[in-house]
Design a protein around this ligand. Structure first.
Ligand SMILES: C[S@@+](CC[C@H](N)C(=O)[O-])C[C@H]1O[C@@H](n2cnc3c(N)ncnc32)[C@H](O)[C@@H]1O
Length: 166
């Protein structure tokens, strides 16, 4: 999961990334090796490792701490969620407080192998079936959430972008 704070306007974003001194990212993963072995080499190659504050451990307690401090409310420009699908709805309850109005939350895997639109008698693998109801629950909650405008991108395994509107 990554939470991004930009301290400048969006049209300066590319310039900002290149200069690399005006934004920071809070990243979380329960498994440090995944970050160090997969993500970090690419991040280092891009020369932005110093911009990332990585926290190892389950994301929920970290989010709880962030939400507890009202100074964090409405301060994040972009939050991307791609972790344990059975907690997506719990993540949403917290990160909606953290993203700023006009900011964006991205949820990965919202098509979940197409299972979210599969008929009840469809043959699904055990892993896909297990998480399918959780992803469906999130999709319904996002569609009904009056604080956001959503757009589902049918690329890869589906990405839902949510713009906080209020
Ligand atoms: C699909 S991978 C993320 C891939 C990454 N977004 C990318 O595009 O390269 C999911 C990650 O979520 C992490 N994860 C699983 N449960 C978690 C939890 N409760 N809190 C934080 N991270 C978790 C896993 O360790 C794994 O590295």
């Amino acid at each position: 999961m990554g939470l991004t704070k930009l301290s400048t306007k969006y049209d300066d974003y590319a310039k900002t990334c290149k200069k690399g001194h005006l934004f920071k990212i809070l990243a979380m993963d329960i498994n440090k090796e995944n970050y160090e072995e997969i993500g970090l080499p690419i991040i280092q190659k891009a020369g932005v490792a110093h911009k990332i504050d990585f926290r190892e451990g389950p994301a929920l307690p970290v989010l709880d701490l962030l939400v507890e401090d009202k100074n964090n409310h409405g301060t994040y420009d972009f939050i991307f969620v791609d972790a344990d699908k059975d907690n997506y709805i719990n993540y949403h309850k917290r990160i909606i407080e953290l993203v700023k109005v006009g900011g964006v939350i991205g949820y990965d895997n919202t098509l979940w192998n197409g299972s979210v639109v599969a008929p009840p008698d469809a043959t699904l693998g055990k892993y896909v079936r297990y998480y399918s109801d959780f992803v469906l629950e999130l999709n319904k909650a996002l569609a009904a959430d009056p604080r956001i405008e959503i757009c589902m991108l049918p690329v890869g395994d589906g990405i839902t972008l949510c713009r906080r509107s209020s």
